[in-house]
Design a protein around this ligand. Structure first.
Ligand code: SF4
Length: 696
């Protein structure tokens, strides 16, 4: 209740994986007052600059408010019939693998659940993937290799309980700002040591005791060398390894061959890091896109997990690896199986027993029998005609995908493209045959899961604008029109959540980690009132950490350490493309700026796209401050404002990823990034493009 007597509505911020709670108070003008929720465990009332500006991002301007078919206004019946009939006809003529869904970490868990059920259980294909593929797919693959399941072992509180926090490939100060403040406060209170591993000096380094300016892509060499040091220093937990880990000897033998020089770090820097890690029992290693977005992202994740498994620093307070997810519901997407190589409820699509269990639960007529196309593959298949009908929901791949110009060409070549979005004009919506208006944040209802398995409600505080509908309702309606009326007779997010929770109970009985069957009996009122809760939620337990008891989800019950070898980035520098381009976020923008771009104060931080480049490189190229540089890659080019800074290393400039064809037509970064992917995770290598730079 606020001072005026209007009750505040509790919801969750729509941006990063911290998942901060917000309190929304409708104002007479149709707007909202947005405040941090002091009772939400993720933020305890705090918000970062993006969260504080949320109220300024609302309003009907620029919204997609009515369906469009072939560029003309249409009613819902016409648009949904066209989608259902075209998908059905395409499947009849060309088979289920001729269609695909490309969805988003912006979707709520209920949206994801219905889309995944439609594709994997009724259309009968694995071809549903998500923009989370660009975000944390390597962590999924790495955790599954080590633990048997995609399990985040610890919690964000562990950052406050640790004596040493190692941040790898993470600009936490800008990308997870509230979590960064929690860490900074813990450091001030208890003297936590902080090590940042990042080729670039970022704002996160402001609290670092040690900044390791690692050579791009050399993380496996660093953590292999650390593992060898831990063994030599007597820091391996032999009892834990003996009882709960397999693969230690092979992993160590390979690690001993590591070439620490590949990291580009000085001996004293390495010794300082290794000594700190070896001596500190309570250690958390938090990692993000600098680890994941690589052709060896999965190996990098496992190199980190190896060190925690070898020391037994996992599943206990103040210890463990911690993946920092980029999006508000990357985790919910994983839990519902919204990735091409997963099944619902953390079950395995390649496991016949798991497929049979899900098929029986759904009473599904045509269960997908194998993984579908991952993001990069899916757009390639659209380009060469294998995918003939594609539904893109809540994401803008013409900007965000690698080789983005090729994605635009793929959509032009594809027979039928559906885009459901909240925005009327994006680089992707403009290529749609059918555009469907979706509900946005503060209009839609459902749940999200943050980086540490905390499920929170997003709640509607504003009426639906125009004719917009929830994404789950669009997928359910198309499912009904394709002939599966009973299976898609969903009328509310609460109903979907209950089904999702019941299915997780099936997974739990099959020995999987994701089990929220304790929430399956929530009635509508209880779902509406649901307070943040960390999974698992069963009759026997709620929340907590995994693996403190040494039991893992592999067949043997033991964790796996992997023998890993350092591999260089895919794209090789050459006289023609002599620079290694790093890409990433800035503090006050989010993804392709469709929301943050509307808040004027957020643009004051960094107003335009830029190239951060070392003074020595700028001198050699004749570039001065605020000049315009042309950045050329084999797959495209961009024009960027020059920002000269020693924060980046010579030869390794940085450019932010947010600007689009709508906001800065010549400054899209996606076309510069090659579509090379990790063979295990399918995640593209977004942080190691090769480019040429010249004065424009
Ligand atoms: Fe939103 Fe993340 Fe900022 Fe929290 S830290 S307010 S979730 S953007």
């Amino acid at each position: 209740m606020d001072g005026s007597g209007v009750p505040a509505i509790r919801s969750t911020c729509p941006y990063c994986g911290v998942g901060c709670g917000v309190r929304l108070t409708p104002e007479g003008s149709g707007g909202l007052r947005v405040e941090g929720d002091p009772e939400h465990p993720a933020n305890r009332g705090r918000l970062c600059s993006k969260g504080l500006a949320l109220a300024e991002t609302l309003g009907p301007e620029g919204r997609l408010l009515a369906p469009r078919v072939d560029g003309r206004a249409a009613d819902w019946d016409m648009a949904l019939d066209r989608v259902a009939q075209t998908f059905r006809r395409t499947i009849e003529r060309h088979g289920p693998d001729s269609v695909g869904f490309y969805v988003s970490g912006q979707l709520l868990t209920e949206d994801y659940y219905v889309a995944n059920k439609l594709m994997k259980g009724f259309i009968g294909s694995g071809n549903i993937d998500t923009n989370s593929r660009l975000c944390m797919a390597s962590t999924v693959a790495g955790q599954k290799r080590a633990f048997g399941t995609d399990t985040v072992p610890g919690t964000c509180e562990d950052l406050e309980l640790a004596d040493l926090v190692v941040l790898v490939g993470s600009n936490m100060a800008w990308c997870h700002p509230v979590l960064f403040r929690r860490l900074a406060e813990a450091r001030a209170a208890r003297g936590t040591r902080v090590v940042v591993v990042d080729p670039r000096r970022t704002a996160t380094c402001d609290i670092a005791d040690l900044h390791l300016k690692i050579r791009p892509g050399s993380d496996v060499a660093l953590f292999n060398a650390l593992l060898a040091h831990l063994d030599a220093a007597g820091a391996v937990n032999r009892a834990f390894v003996g009882a709960h880990v397999e693969g230690f000897d092979a992993a160590l033998a390979t690690a001993r061959q590591a070439d620490a020089a590949a990291t580009g770090l000085a001996r004293d820097e390495l010794e300082a890091f290794f000594g700190l890690f070896a001596a500190t029992g309570r250690t958390v290693t938090a990692f993000s896109q600098g680890v994941n977005q690589s052709i060896s992202g999965t190996d990098k994740v496992n190199a980190i997990l190896n060190c925690h498994l070898a020391t037994g620093r996992i599943g206990r307070p103040g210890t463990g690896p911690l993946s920092l997810t980029g999006q508000p519901n990357a985790m919910g997407g994983r839990e519902t199986g919204g990735m091409a190589n997963t099944l619902a409820a953390h079950l395995e699509i390649e496991n016949a027993d798991h497929r049979a269990a899900v098929q029986a639960f759904w009473n599904a007529p045509a269960m997908a029998q194998r993984p579908g196309l991952k993001a990069v593959e899916m757009f390639r298949a659209a380009a060469d005609g294998r995918i003939k009908a594609l539904w893109i929901a809540g994401t803008n791949p013409v900007v965000s995908m690698p080789e983005a110009d090729g994605v635009a060409a793929a959509l032009r070549a594809c027979d039928f493209v559906v885009v459901s979005d909240i925005v009327a004009r994006t680089d992707t919506v403009r290529l749609a045959d059918v555009a469907l208006p979706a509900l946005g944040w503060a209009e839609k209802d459902g749940t999200v899961t943050n980086s540490d398995r905390t499920i929170s409600r997003q709640r509607a505080a504003l009426p639906a604008p125009g004719q917009a509908r929830a994404d789950w309702a669009l997928f359910a309606e198309v499912g009904r029109r394709m002939g599966w009326a009973e299976a898609f007779d969903f009328r509310s997010p609460a109903q979907i959540f209950r089904e999702h929770a019941r299915l997780s109970g099936v997974a739990g009985r099959l020995g999987r980690d994701f089990d929220i069957s304790g929430l399956a009996a929530l009635d509508d009122a209880a779902y509406d009132a649901l307070a943040p809760v960390r999974w698992p939620v069963t009759a026997a337990r709620s929340g907590g950490r995994f693996f403190g008891d040494g039991r893992f989800f592999t067949a043997s019950g033991k964790a796996r350490m992997l023998a890993l070898r350092q591999a260089p980035p895919a794209a090789k520098r050459s006289p023609r493309y002599p620079f290694r381009l790093n890409t990433g976020r800035v503090r006050d923008q989010w993804h392709t700026m469709t929301r943050t771009g509307r808040a004027a104060r957020l643009s004051r931080h960094l107003a335009e796209p830029f190239l951060q480049i070392h003074p020595a490189d700028a001198d050699a190229l004749g570039l001065g401050p605020a000049d315009i540089a042309r950045v050329r890659a084999p797959s495209g080019s961009a024009l960027l404002r020059v920002l000269i800074s020693t924060d980046v290393a010579p030869g390794a400039p940085f450019a932010p990823m947010h600007w689009t064809g709508e906001t800065a037509p010549a400054a899209r970064i996606g076309p510069l990034v090659a579509a090379a992917t990790d063979p295990l995770s399918g995640q593209p290598e977004a942080k190691a493009a090769v480019v040429a730079v010249e004065r424009f």
